[in-house]
Design a protein around this ligand. Structure first.
Ligand code: 6PG
Length: 233
């Protein structure tokens, strides 16, 4: 198990307040040290209250680039699009000044769009100052799904690939995901979890077992990037 910080809160709003302050510190440090900062965010329902509070935060947002950890290969106007989610909930108010770099392009499939997506992401200053992950109840994180055909390639630390198309065996839509090496190329990883069920799944992921069966284990077991778990019931 890598070095892990564990922050548990009795309620979501306390977690969100603490996490907003943490993100402010991380992005401000990036701006101070490099003149700009990068924030990678996940989709799903967990980050919605965080996005709302972050969008109101005072920061030099015009020096911040926001990108996605993963995307569903659907129209960017779709309800299922993470780009759409981030545009509606995060790139608002003060955070509207941030630059956004999405993953979806005009290619018919994520596989066909992989190269163009990677070329776009490669222009971003790395490491990520802060990268926020969620986790599904099947132990997936980003779009690293258990049972996905090319999971082994997506978690290969020597692939040299920044993103990869993934077909989840059970969840809807073909995805584009940052690969494990690009996720770990972060100054700070945050795992943001809400609810007793997620706590239970995380406890299970912390047990011994095949990482491919619960891909969050690749993140829990690595020693490359500092990881902070933010959990509320
Ligand atoms: C996505 C995500 C995904 C998400 C988990 C948790 O776009 O689906 O990036 O990895 O973080 O599925 O989702 P919830 O927050 O909805 O539980």
């Amino acid at each position: 198990m890598g070095v892990m910080e564990w922050l548990e809160f009795p309620a979501s709003d306390q977690l969100v307040a603490a996490l907003v302050a943490r993100i402010e510190e991380l992005l401000s440090a990036g701006i101070r040290e490099r003149g700009q900062a990068t924030l990678a965010v996940s989709g799903g329902s967990t980050p919605l209250p965080l996005f709302a509070r972050l969008s109101e935060m005072e920061l030099g947002w015009d020096r911040v680039t926001i990108a996605l950890v993963d995307e569903r290969w659907v129209d960017t106007g779709s309800e299922d699009s993470n780009e759409n989610l981030v545009r509606r909930h995060l790139l608002q108010k003060k955070a509207a000044a941030a630059r956004f770099v999405g993953m979806k392009n005009d290619a018919a499939t994520a596989r066909a769009g992989e190269e163009a997506c990677a070329a776009r992401l490669q222009t971003l200053p790395c490491p990520w100052d802060c990268l926020i992950l969620g986790m599904g109840n099947d132990g997936h994180t980003a779009s690293l799904f258990p049972g996905a055909a090319n999971l082994a390639a997506a978690v290969d630390l020597h692939s040299g690939r920044i993103c990869m198309a993934i077909q989840p065996p059970a969840a809807p839509h073909e995805r584009m995901s940052l690969t494990l090496p690009s996720i770990l190329n972060s100054r700070q990883l945050i795992l943001h979890l809400q609810g007793a069920e997620k706590k239970k799944v995380l406890a299970q992921a912390q047990e011994d077992g095949d990482a491919a069966e619960m891909p969050i284990r690749y993140v829990l077991r690595q020693q490359t990037a500092p990881l902070a778990v933010y959990l509320s019931l």
